[in-house]
Design a protein around this ligand. Structure first.
Ligand code: SR1
Ligand code: MG
Length: 399
């Protein structure tokens, strides 16, 4: 059954029914804007006469970017709530403050971060956000460790895996990230100048590598991952604020490989770097971009190693951790590759590339496809962030 949908005219009455939020907002004086510009949901910002505000996010019974012809269960808000519950527990400073789930209405209430900027927008504008990648890397380590079998006992881990299945949203990722870009599919579209590069993605060698990554995504239930941690799911602060970022939009969360979230970030850094290349952005910005993968990874690794002594089961030894980190790095590089490719070939393209004029767009997209394919195929050999950067700059060009 569809939960009754809010609209700007009904949000005030809804908030008035939520006595538990009365200390945060005065419903009798709110003005409301619908600001959802993502692919899936309704998002309202309610602001009262004292300028206090809240975000209300409600899942629609269909995919917003496509319309009612693509039905999608409103239950995805339950996955998002699980993501926020875990992040509130293990990494509260790197998410918007979470004010809870209204299960019957299929909505959640969050802190309003209107003063912040979606990271993709800031990157498109050429803005440096010092330390943001490290915050995201630490966030992935904290939630990844806290929800994993390393921190939970075996039964608790199994219960969490069972409670967090998210088949509908995972299926979207399986189709759009791991399947459709590598075959003919209705959702695919690209500039004709890219056809040779797109068809080259369908080589036997590439298909086998993508299948490995898909198998890891579908079967390796290591920890509760965000599931869609691209730069459009991260806010960065304005002004001179350093070392801050807020992760949001966790509706794709499920138990999967920890490297998947890092890979989403890496792949989207690549998209931003390709844009910066064709726009000939200043060295200061490009050099900073070139350090982001290492910054995120080092923060992730350092935090994971710091949490390791608190693990629940010491049959996972220190030597095992070294091997697990190596595998997680190479997973992240491979996932980064497929996450970048899908934004060039398949459904749900990104403004980093789409807002470029035609010549720049084709050039940037071609650079992404070549680099990302290398990441997927050579991920085992590209063992460190330095190796990856060296290989990437060999394609994108040095400054
Ligand atoms: C049909 S949903 C398309 C995309 O939007 C989300 O942000 C995910 O990235 C998904 O793949
Ligand atoms: Mg999203």
């Amino acid at each position: 059954m569809t939960a009754t949908l809010l609209d700007p005219s009904t949000v005030g009455a809804y908030l008035a029914s939520r006595g538990d939020l009365a200390h945060l907002i005065d419903p009798s004086t709110v003005t409301v804007r619908e600001v959802g510009d993502g692919n899936l949901n309704l998002v309202f910002i309610a602001t009262d006469a004292q300028n206090r505000s809240l975000v209300i996010k409600q899942s629609l019974p269909y995919v917003r970017m496509v319309g009612e012809s693509w039905p999608l269960s409103q239950d995805r808000i339950l996955a998002e709530a699980r993501g926020y519950d875990a992040a509130t527990r293990f990494s509260p400073d790197s998410i918007p403050e979470y004010h809870g789930l209204d299960e019957p209405r299929r909505l959640i209430v969050l802190e309003d971060l209107s003063g912040w900027t979606v990271w993709r927008t800031a990157l498109n504008e050429g803005r440096v956000s010092p330390g943001a990648a490290a915050v995201v890397g630490r966030h992935v380590a904290r939630v990844g460790f806290g929800t994993s079998v390393f921190a939970l006992d075996s039964a608790a881990h199994k219960a969490a895996v069972a409670a967090s299945v998210n088949p509908e949203l995972c299926r979207i990722t399986e189709d759009l990230v791991f399947t459709e870009p590598y075959r003919d599919a209705e959702n695919n579209a690209w500039d004709e100048q890219l056809t040779d590069a797109v068809l080259a993605l369908r080589s036997d060698a590439m298909l086998a590598e993508v299948a490995e990554l898909k198998l890891a995504f579908t079967t390796r239930a290591e920890a509760l991952v965000h599931g869609d941690l691209h730069t459009g799911s991260i806010f960065v602060p304005g002004g001179d604020t350093r070392d801050a970022a807020k992760v949001f939009d966790a509706e794709f969360s499920f138990y999967g490989p920890v490297g998947f979230d890092l890979g989403a970030l890496f792949g989207n850094v690549l998209l931003a770097r390709a844009r910066a290349t064709v726009l000939d952005r200043p060295d200061e910005f490009v050099d900073w971009l070139d350090g982001l993968v290492a910054e995120a990874w080092q923060a992730f690794e350092m935090e994971f190693r710091a949490l390791w002594p608190t693990r629940a089961d010491d049959s996972y030894t220190d030597r095992f951790l070294d091997a697990w980190l190596r595998r997680t790095w190479s997973d992240a590089v491979g996932f980064g590759g497929v996450k970048a490719i899908r934004r060039i070939v398949g459904l749900a393209k990104v403004s980093d590339i789409q807002t470029l004029d035609t010549d720049d767009r084709v050039r940037a997209a071609g650079l992404v496809l070549e680099t990302a394919q290398t990441w997927v195929k050579e991920r085992s050999a590209l063992g460190t962030a330095e190796d990856l950067l060296e290989r990437t700059l060999g394609i994108l060009g040095r400054r």
